[in-house]
Design a binder for this molecule. Structure first.
Ligand SMILES: [Zn+2]
Length: 375
């Protein structure tokens, strides 16, 4: 019944955005095209924006994603992570059902994409995670003009201004020069952040071997196989303690506080994350050297991007939705948290601040290490 009405509206009157893309318990759904974007439950056909585990899950029927995202899913979940796969190039025209789909670079991690969904002259861009800051390890964010822009809000508060990542890497190198007898352990999310930190170290002229925690090896070597220059890399495993003095090792954030660190001489613990802007976070985590390096847009990046898309309507998800929704409205844009889309056009989103059960728009648990590590 409802479907018939929607189809009727499609042809008789102007299409509404929520007729094209709608949040459902399985994730953002395009009924007309027969697919979901970054679904949280198994679906028949999934379009995946990038390889991070909160977006790319195993168990879907068919998966469409960039070659890099498919490869990362393969690395993480094994060969049989989906019934079938289709690699999509940036800018390639794809037709699914009655809907046009195009992947555009998101600048977040290698292979990351914004997914533009168009039908009857309306275009919605689901940006996944994105950043507008330069990153030598992935294609730069591409601005895609659209009617509705779906934005993340991981750092959607004015307090979050990441600054220049190259300056943070200079701090790390200054510390290495200052403490040549100590090892430096840099906590960094193993997909994207670690490789970006390595590439930034190389850009800053650091050409000594860089050591890797075992959990970093496969994905980092994969980056290198895709032509990202990362210089000489060595496994930290099996190296004598004394040899690690004056060196830099990349490790998952959880490893920098566990027994694993005992193999390093008097280690200086660093953490590369947008959350390091918050001093209490660094203190809590026992981080000696906080490095504000993020693969997500900061407040200025989010607001500048939103304005530049020309979209009149903004759907906000993943993080600090309220402040960003408020900012959008102050600029005359229609805006709402993504999980409220389709729940009534007059909804101002000022309820309990709770998400719909099972919706894809659940905020990241702020205090958790995972939320920090991916940022
Ligand atoms: Zn991500």
């Amino acid at each position: 019944m409802e479907t018939r009405e929607i189809f009727g509206a499609t042809y008789m009157t102007k299409m509404r955005p929520q007729d094209l893309l709608l949040p459902t318990p399985a994730g953002l759904c395009c009924k007309l095209g027969g697919f979901h974007i970054d679904p949280v439950r198994s679906v028949e056909r999934a379009l995946i924006t990038h390889g991070h585990s909160d977006h790319a899950r195993a168990g879907h029927g068919a998966v469409l994603a960039t070659q890099e995202t498919l490869d990362m899913m393969r690395l993480r979940y094994g060969e049989n992570f989906a019934g079938s796969t289709q690699a999509v190039a940036y800018g390639e025209d794809i037709r699914l059902g009655g809907v046009n789909v195009k992947f555009h670079p998101a600048g977040h991690v290698l292979g990351s994409a914004q997914i533009a969904v168009s039908c009857n002259g309306m275009r919605i861009v689901a940006s996944g995670d994105y950043k507008d800051a330069p990153d030598p390890t992935c294609a730069p964010f591409e601005l895609v003009p659209c009617d509705v822009f779906i934005t993340e809000a991981t750092f959607g508060l004015p307090v979050f201004r990441h600054g220049n990542a190259a300056d943070e890497v200079k701090k790390l190198l200054a510390s290495v020069a200052l403490f040549p007898e100590r090892a430096h352990l840099v906590g960094a999310y193993s997909l994207g952040k670690a490789q970006r930190v390595i590439a930034l170290l190389r850009e800053a002229g650091h050409d000594a071997p860089i050591y890797l925690h075992g959990a970093m090896e496969a994905i980092t070597y994969y980056y290198r196989s895709r032509g990202i220059p990362l210089g000489e890399l060595r496994p930290a495993r099996g190296v004598k303690k004394a040899e690690l003095a004056g060196t830099i090792t990349l490790a998952p954030p959880s490893a920098t506080s566990d027994i694993w660190t005992r193999r390093f001489p008097d280690p200086v613990t660093a953490f590369a994350s947008g959350w390091m802007r918050v001093r209490a976070r660094a203190r809590q985590g026992g981080i000696e050297l906080p490095l504000v390096i993020s693969d997500h847009a900061d407040w200025d990046g989010l607001t500048t991007t939103i304005a530049a898309t020309g979209a009149g309507e903004i759907w906000v998800t993943h993080g600090q939705e309220d402040a960003l929704v408020h900012w959008c409205r102050s600029k005359g844009l229609a805006a709402r948290p993504l999980d409220l889309v389709g729940y009534g056009d007059e909804d101002e989103g000022e309820g309990e601040g709770e998400t719909q059960p099972g919706s894809q728009a659940q905020p990241k648990p702020e205090g958790s290490q995972d939320a920090g590590s991916e940022a």
